[in-house]
Design a protein around this ligand. Structure first.
Ligand SMILES: [Zn+2]
Length: 333
């Protein structure tokens, strides 16, 4: 049952020019769609849970849905991650819930405050055998409780490479979410999307070996936007990060984790709208959630191709065995 931290994953991803897909889970169908796709492509994966998901689904339900996914696919390397934890208390609750990785997002604090909060969570998590992701620089857009800066101001809040080095040394964080021009949500860019690749390169120079994380990296596939708009929805001008830019970031640079949430929502919503519009007498949830789940499988499989993580599951499991990583404290209970 390779439930693991992200360390064995990132060890290989950093050197191997691929990234692990980190997918937000909120319910059973979404989880099943993600895991089926990763099983089909033999890709390692991160299932991540936001504060909003904990509230919506109840952690007890989510935990059992994820346990079922792990049991169903014993060959797949899976990490369970807290997305955008905002307090040490929430991170602690997740350690107690069996997460193998937590994010503490102190990016809205002043620099020293971010360091203090992150270092505190790192100490606590490492004691429990769990790894920590932090964030430096401010992302644009909106993601549940996370509100970023306006699209036109994104440039000013890119992660500073010197600060990143200082931050890494003083917090001992395991991975870092960086602001490189991406933005949360389905309306990322006014004009042409462009990632600050030069900035990633500079951060890699000041922080060699530190796994980097991209948030706000959904590609917002046009096919889903078209379906949504065709069948009664209204999402004009929705735009994401083009797939070729994500491919470049993960294959050429040290980006080891790419977060995907918006695209899951779009796939599910597009299919449900299509069923409602084309079969107005349909009222069995299985007959609209089912096609939604299928759309997630197809979308995630394509995504794994440009994350370049297809076929990497076995190597990650081998790396996990080689490290002899102790199971986080929760699993020793
Ligand atoms: Zn995020």
């Amino acid at each position: 049952m390779p439930l693991m931290t992200t360390k064995p994953m990132f060890d290989l991803a950093y050197e191997g020019g691929f990234a692990i897909g980190a997918f937000n889970v909120n319910n059973m169908e979404i989880t099943q769609g993600i895991v089926s796709a990763c099983a089909a492509e033999k890709s390692p994966l991160i299932l991540q849970i936001s504060k909003g998901a904990r509230k919506y689904a109840n952690m007890r339900f989510l935990r059992h849905i994820i346990s079922a996914a792990v049991e169903e696919h014993p060959e797949l390397p899976i990490a369970i991650h807290l997305d955008h934890g905002d307090t040490a208390d929430l991170a602690k609750a997740c350690l107690n819930d069996g997460f193998t990785s937590v994010m503490i997002d102190g990016s809205h604090e002043p620099f020293e405050g971010n360091i203090k909060l992150t270092a505190e969570v790192v100490r606590m998590a490492h004691q429990a055998g769990v790894v920590v992701e932090a964030e430096l620089g401010i992302l644009g857009g909106i993601e549940e409780h996370v509100v970023g800066v306006k699209a036109e101001d994104v440039e000013k809040f890119l992660t500073d490479p010197e600060q990143a080095q200082d931050f890494w040394k003083r917090t001992h964080v395991d991975s870092l979410a960086i602001a490189i021009g991406t933005s949360h949500g389905a309306y990322k860019f006014k004009h042409e999307a462009k990632l600050a690749m030069g900035r990633i390169e500079q951060i890699m120079k000041t922080c060699p070996g530190l796994p980097l994380v991209m948030h706000g990296s959904s590609s917002v596939p046009q096919e889903f936007i078209d379906l949504i708009n065709k069948y009664g929805g209204s999402m004009p001008n929705a735009k994401g990060v083009p797939e070729d830019q994500i491919y470049a970031a993960v294959t050429k640079y040290g980006v080891c984790k790419v977060n995907i949430d918006t695209d899951l929502r779009l796939a599910l919503t597009a299919k449900i709208r299509e069923v409602f519009a084309t079969k107005p007498s349909e009222f069995d949830p299985r007959n609209y959630l089912g096609p939604g789940r299928e759309a997630i499988v197809t979308m995630v499989r394509r995504k794994l191709q440009f994350l370049n993580s297809v076929g990497k599951a076995e190597a990650v499991v081998n790396q996990w065995k080689k490290l002899g990583e102790p199971m986080p404290a929760y699993y020793k209970k």
